[in-house]
Design a protein around this ligand. Structure first.
Ligand SMILES: Cc1cc2nc3c(=O)[nH]c(=O)nc-3n(C[C@H](O)[C@H](O)[C@H](O)COP(=O)(O)OP(=O)(O)OC[C@H]3O[C@@H](n4cnc5c(N)ncnc54)[C@H](O)[C@@H]3O)c2cc1C
Length: 400
């Protein structure tokens, strides 16, 4: 499908006008900065309504098939819609596990029935999805997952515990990695992948409080929970392969995602603008030569991210270490975001110690919250240390 520049430009004008007109006003309560921070029903309902509205206008799931609620158009349209959402600073899309990884997975390898059953309801925000991969003893060592799934007639019986389940208490479905066979030679061969309902007997979620003070994730307990056997995705024993495919989406390959914003984006320029008026010992902090050095470093990091993304789209420019940009993207992005937000706090001097709820906190504590939030991306989906190992071994070919 070839799309003309003119078509894309016209589309940008259209979507920009729509975002301008429909960007919801400040609801009067704190909205989450990332999909991992949706902590209460009020936030959930606000964001659900927003996602539904964006989808109904035709700006979400644009590249997904029409028969499953998408628009079936070239992905470049979705890229433009996403850019305009960012430019107009609209609220985040909260259902990212559905839109960004369960949905693309079902689109790629799901059966026709699975696509029919799940995809549209992800887009319309009727069904919220969560991810049941990590366990108390097995986060980075995902292949060692111990939650059991035992076949019993037309059902599987699930027992075990998952942890750090983002939006576990709101979700209707979970992408679940569980062990169907404990006796395989390789631990990876005994795992299976399920599209599992949450609102059934034997599934219990308990909220966990985060560093930011919000309740964005849960512990999830399965006690003799019975799910229909057709919740199994692919074949029994293929779970590891499917989980690895899911992680590809999660770790930054945006391919197949329905679109939307998974987090509030802020640039170094936003930070500089915000900190214009801050002074220390009666001198503007932005004039401090040492801090200016750090700012220049932040600008360079940000520019290199942008150039890296562009470079990744040109095969000839990434052929020295194929796959390197993809594999290292999450690591570089999450770490530089964390450093940039740390700098924003540092620039505030003593004011940096104020938090959400302090009347004198700048921008109602936006940067403080953003800084604490920024740790989540350096852990979720694979910690920075584990990502560094992956780059060392798979890109640079260093010994284990
Ligand atoms: C905000 C947030 C949301 C999350 N949402 C979800 C979710 O929805 N669903 C889900 O399933 N999980 C979720 N997670 C869990 C996340 O994927 C795990 O926390 C992560 O994989 C790390 O596992 P762990 O916490 O068990 O740490 P561990 O694996 O115990 O690691 C502890 C420390 O040891 C280091 N380490 C471990 N192994 C190695 C190694 N081989 N080499 C070097 N260093 C190593 C780690 O980097 C880390 O610093 C979420 C996490 C966060 C923070």
């Amino acid at each position: 499908m070839s799309v003309s520049e003119l078509e894309l430009t016209e589309f940008r004008t259209e979507v920009s006008a729509w975002m301008h007109e429909n960007n919801p006003k400040d609801p009067g309560f704190l909205l989450p900065q990332t999909f991992m921070e949706v902590g209460d029903e009020r936030q959930l309902e606000f964001l659900r309504e927003w996602q539904h509205k964006v989808w109904a206008a035709g700006y979400l799931g644009m590249a997904w098939p029409e028969e499953y609620g998408g628009r079936g158009v070239d992905p470049s349209f979705q890229t433009i819609a996403d850019q305009e959402m960012r430019r107009h600073a609209v609220p985040i899309s909260f259902n990212i596990i559905g839109l960004g990884w369960a949905g693309p997975l079902i689109n790629d390898i799901g059966t026709a029935e699975e696509k029919q059953k799940y995809l549209k309801r992800i887009l319309t925000a009727e069904d919220v999805w969560c991810q049941g991969f990590s366990e108390p003893e097995n986060g980075s060592d995902l292949g060692n997952a111990q939650t059991r799934a035992v076949r019993d007639g037309d059902e599987y019986v699930i027992n075990g515990q998952k942890i750090w389940t983002t939006m576990g208490n709101f979700a209707q479905y979970m992408i679940l990695l569980a062990r169907t066979n404990p006796d395989t030679r390789r631990k990876y061969d005994g795992l299976s992948f399920f599209l599992s309902p949450m609102n059934i007997a034997g599934v219990e979620t308990r909220p966990i409080r985060k560093l930011t003070g919000e309740y964005g994730f849960t512990e999830t307990f399965f006690t003799d929970a019975r799910i229909p056997a057709d919740c199994l995705m692919g074949e029994e024993g293929q779970g590891w392969k499917i989980a690895m495919q899911t992680l590809q989406y999660e770790r930054g390959a945006e391919a197949g995602a329905a679109g939307g914003q998974m987090m509030v984006r802020v640039t170094v320029e936003d930070m500089i603008n915000e900190l214009q008026g801050v002074s220390r010992d009666e001198a503007a902090v932005l004039d401090d030569p040492l801090l200016r050095d750090e700012l220049v470093r932040a600008v360079m990091e940000e520019k290199s991210q942008i150039l890296g993304v562009r470079r990744g789209a040109i095969p000839g420019l990434s052929s020295d270490y194929p796959g390197s940009l993809l594999l290292s993207g999450k690591l570089r992005m999450s770490e530089s975001t964390r450093r940039m937000r740390q700098l924003a706090i540092k620039l505030q001097g003593a004011e940096g110690a104020l938090y959400v709820g302090d009347e004198e906190a700048r921008q109602r504590g936006f940067w403080q919250r953003a800084y604490l939030n920024s740790f989540s991306a350096t852990i979720g989906g694979g910690t920075s240390q584990v990502q560094t190992n992956i780059v060392a071994e798979h890109v640079l070919g260093l010994p284990k």
